[in-house]
Design a protein around this ligand. Structure first.
Ligand code: F0G
Length: 463
């Protein structure tokens, strides 16, 4: 056995592929693949505290990266193949006013702000890993389907390194402007498909297969290796003591899969004693995972999930032409490619799935903006979900809760401006037509004539 290889996620199949294979599907059963390690022949650290030594060597690019400073926990590529652009300099912020909103005790709620990444979302954690793998196999072109953040990240990595050509597939009209701006500005070949993300995802796999283009969607298990590092940084910020809950928005379910794998490996290596529970929050208009896990009882079941239940659900969506619909365009996805890995993560760590309406998402997002670091709508789902779980009593007031803010506030300015707008037409145009009734926490601009006395009166009145 090699020290690093790819292995089918289903234990009863467990087919293997070499580390440099780029098909990313099981040759025997067509299932998803994991990056697998023979830890006995590698050198995992004896304790997580070992990583602290690297802080003193931040002048070395691998130690500066918030992903590669944990190299020993994702050693699938030789160090000299690693491509980093300084991703993962993100922070865990204690947010007490958001804690009040969620209903947990002050000092117990944290926001992991992945919007601080170079392209403004958590995707850079995974992209550095996929890119390093792409370099290992000598790829010249890389492609993805995207709701906007994967494409921004891929485009940035291509422009910053000059090593590959970026080809991004997006659903026409299905992407927030900040994200589209990034793909165009970074010079990616941007293919707008007359369809939504689920259509684009299917097409990119066909095209990449036909043309031999390297695929960086989260079906690529190397990308998920990089996203494990988000959890290493959360642990690091909490002095290596796992929180009680990680709450994360769910779209293609790459994050929850990566987080689950991170904790499963840390448990196996004896580096933590317990894993946090995982809560995945779907948008109500794109709630496949919620429907399958909570309503139809689909479980990993020790590696034998009844995937027919999922197939029936997808067949119904197709026959009734039901499309994903939410203001949180990042998670406007009905066919999550990582569904089985997400089931495994919830079984091994324990966890739940909830859905949040666009109203709940936008109100939570406004609370994050007013008392945290600001985020795009999809990220607001994690706070909306935490609040719901607290109300249900599943999260206790004293639990330590980490909500992942997956993307930056400026990714989707339209949604934010419409929420706070004084103009009913602007509100209706963007939000009202989606069933959002009110901007509960709007901070409205004050209109004043351009006269000094009027301006002073307004400032005195409102401040
Ligand atoms: N939050 C943001 C801001 C995202 O961009 C995404 C996914 C998610 C959450 C969901 O994460 O797929 O790991 O469950 N965006 C992808 C994209 C689909 O194309 O940018 P997931």
């Amino acid at each position: 056995m090699e020290r690093v290889f790819q292995r089918c996620i289903y234990p009863r199949c467990a087919a293997e592929r070499a580390v440099d294979d780029t098909t990313f599907v099981c040759p025997k059963c067509g299932g998803l693949m994991d990056v697998a390690y023979d830890w006995d022949r590698l050198s995992p650290p004896p304790s997580l505290r070992e990583f602290e030594k690297k802080w003193a060597q931040r002048n070395q690019p691998l130690n500066f990266s918030g992903v590669w400073r944990f190299y020993e926990l994702l050693p699938f590529v030789p160090r000299e193949c690693v491509l980093t652009i300084g991703e993962g300099q993100t922070i865990l912020q204690q947010a007490d006013t958001v804690a009040d909103y969620v209903g947990v005790d002050r000092g117990r709620l944290y926001l992991q702000y992945e919007g601080l990444n170079p392209s403004g979302s958590f995707k850079d954690n995974g992209m550095t890993a996929a890119f390093s793998h792409a370099r290992l196999v000598g790829a010249r072109r890389a492609a993805c389907a995207s709701t906007g953040n994967t494409s921004a990240s891929l485009a940035l990595f291509c422009s910053a390194t000059g090593l590959m050509r970026a080809i991004v597939f997006i659903g026409s009209g299905k992407i927030a402007f900040g994200k589209l701006a990034q793909a165009l500005d970074y010079g990616a070949l941007t293919v707008q498909i007359a369809g939504d993300f689920d259509d684009a995802m299917q097409r990119v796999q066909e095209v990449a297969g036909r043309l031999g283009i390297y695929l960086v969607n989260s079906i690529n298990p190397f990308r998920l290796e990089g996203q494990k590092a988000i959890m290493y940084r959360v642990l690091e910020a909490l002095d290596w003591e796992p929180p009680d809950w990680i709450v994360v928005p769910g779209g293609n379910l790459g994050n929850v899969s990566a987080f689950g794998k991170a904790f499963i490996e840390l448990l196996e290596l004896g580096l933590i004693r317990r894993a946090p529970k995982l809560a995945v929050i779907n948008a109500a208009g794109a709630n496949t995972f919620y429907e399958l896990f909570e309503r139809r009882g689909l479980r990993w079941n020790n590696g034998t999930p009844s995937l027919e239940v999922a197939q029936q659900h997808f067949a119904k969506l197709r026959s009734e032409n039901i499309r994903a619909q939410t203001i949180a365009s990042a998670i406007e996805i009905n066919h999550p490619v990582n569904l089985p890995k997400a089931l495994r993560a919830l079984e091994r760590c324990g966890g739940v799935v909830r859905e949040a309406t666009d109203q709940e998402i936008l109100d939570a997002k406004a609370k994050v903006g007013a008392g945290g670091l600001g985020c795009e709508p999809a990220s607001g789902a994690s706070v909306a979900g935490a609040r719901k779980l607290r109300r249900e009593g599943i999260i206790a007031p004293g639990d330590r809760v980490v909500c992942i803010l997956t993307g930056h506030q400026l990714k989707d300015p339209n949604a934010t401006v419409a929420y706070h707008s004084t103009d009913q037409n602007t509100f209706d145009e963007v939000l009202g037509k989606r069933g959002v009734k009110r901007a509960t926490f709007a901070n409205r601009a004050v209109q004043v004539p351009n006269h000094l006395d009027d301006i002073i009166r307004a400032v005195e009145l409102y401040s």
